[in-house]
Design a protein around this ligand. Structure first.
Ligand SMILES: Nc1ncnc2c1ncn2[C@@H]1O[C@H](COP(=O)(O)OP(=O)(O)O)[C@@H](O)[C@H]1O
Ligand SMILES: [Mg+2]
Length: 262
C-alpha cells in the first residue's frame, strides 16, 4: 500500500547564533518533492545537509520560509516523517525486535497487530532470524537495517536518511543501496537521502540535488533518467555521475567560518 506525501520547501533560510554572531547556514532553499519520489542530496561537508533534514523532520523549528507536507506546515516531529542517522542509535540492552517495537509504544493498535507489523518490517529489511539478537551481535550494515525498520514501522510518509551508509565498507554499502532501493519500491514512500557518495546518490535518486556551502544553497538539481536496476559500470550512469561531479568543480573547500578566530 503506497503511502505518500508531497513535501514543499520554499524560500527556506536558516541561521545559527555562534559566539553572538549570526551564521547563515541555509539560504533560500526551494524544492518540491513529489509523493513517492527518491531525492538524493549531495554537497560539501558543512553545507547544511543535516540541518535541512533536521528542519524537515521537525527537530529544529527556528527558520524562515516554508516547509509544507501535504500543504500543512511542518511543526515539531511527527510520525509522518521518519529519520535514519549515520549511527544506528539502537538501544544496546534491547533486542532487534524490542528496538523496533519501541517505536510503536505509544501508538494505538493491539499487541498482536504491533507484533505482526514488527515481524513484517524485520522481513522487509531482510533480518528474519535475527529478532532476538542484540545490537552488539550485529554488523554495522545489519544495525542500519534495524534502524531503517524502526523508522518505517510507524508507517511514515517520508523517510529521511542522513548518510546512513557512511560508516560502512564499500561492499556492504553497495549491497545496502540495492536493499534500500528494493525497500523504497516495496513501500512506495518518499525518501530523501543525504550522502557524500555521488555514486550512491545517482544509483538511488530520481534527482540529485547538489548543494554548495557558505551559506548552504542549491547549486543544481540533476535529473537521473536511468531505468532500474541501474548499472554502475555503464556509460549512461557515468554520464550522470560526471554531470553531478562537474557541479563540484570550482567549489573550494575552506575552513569553517565559525571555527576561525573571532
Ligand atoms: N547547533 C548548531 N549550532 C551552530 N552551528 C551549527 C549547528 N549545527 C550545525 N551548525 C553549523 O551549520 C553548518 C551546517 O552544518 P550541517 O547541517 O551539519 O552540514 P552538513 O550536514 O552538510 O555537513 C556548519 O557550518 C555547522 O558547523
Ligand atoms: Mg551532515
Amino acid at each position: 500500500m503506497p503511502h505518500a506525501g508531497t513535501l514543499s520547501i520554499a524560500h527556506l533560510h536558516k541561521q545559527y547564533e555562534v559566539k553572538g554572531r549570526a551564521l547563515p547556514v541555509l539560504e533560500d532553499i526551494t524544492l518540491t518533492i513529489a509523493p513517492g519520489e527518491f531525492v538524493s542530496i549531495v554537497g560539501a561537508s558543512g553545507c547544511g545537509k543535516s540541518t535541512l533534514l533536521r528542519l524537515v523532520v521537525g527537530l529544529e523549528e527556528d527558520y524562515r520560509g516554508e516547509i509544507l507536507l501535504d500543504g500543512k506546515r511542518v511543526a515539531g516531529t511527527s510520525l509522518q516523517r521518519g529519520i535514519v542517522f549515520q549511527e544506528h542509535r539502537l538501544f544496546p540492552w534491547l533486542t532487534v525486535e524490542q528496538n523496533i517495537r519501541l517505536a510503536l509504544l505509544n501508538l494505538p493498535g493491539s499487541t498482536a497487530e504491533k507484533e505482526r507489523s514488527v515481524a513484517e518490517h524485520i522481513a522487509l529489511v531482510g533480518l528474519r532470524g535475527f529478532e532476538q539478537a542484540y545490537p552488539h551481535q550485529l554488523s554495522g550494515g545489519m544495525s542500519q537495517r534495524v534502524a531503517i525498520a524502526r523508522a518505517l514501522v510507524t508507517r511514515p510518509e517520508i523517510l529521511l536518511l542522513d548518510e546512513p551508509f557512511g560508516a560502512l565498507d564499500a561492499m556492504t554499502r553497495a549491497y545496502l543501496q540495492q536493499e534500500l532501493h528494493r525497500i523504497w519500491q516495496a513501500e512506495g514512500i518518499t525518501m530523501i537521502l543525504v550522502t557524500h557518495d555521488v555514486e550512491e546518490a545517482v544509483f538511488l535518486g530520481d534527482r540529485v540535488v547538489v548543494m554548495e556551502p557558505r551559506p548552504g544553497r542549491i547549486r543544481r538539481v540533476v535529473p537521473v533518467d536511468l531505468a532500474h536496476p541501474r548499472e554502475r559500470a555503464g556509460l549512461p550512469f557515468a554520464g550522470v555521475r560526471d554531470a553531478v561531479l562537474r557541479e563540484f568543480a570550482g567549489q573550494v573547500p575552506t575552513a569553517q567560518p565559525e571555527l576561525a578566530p573571532a
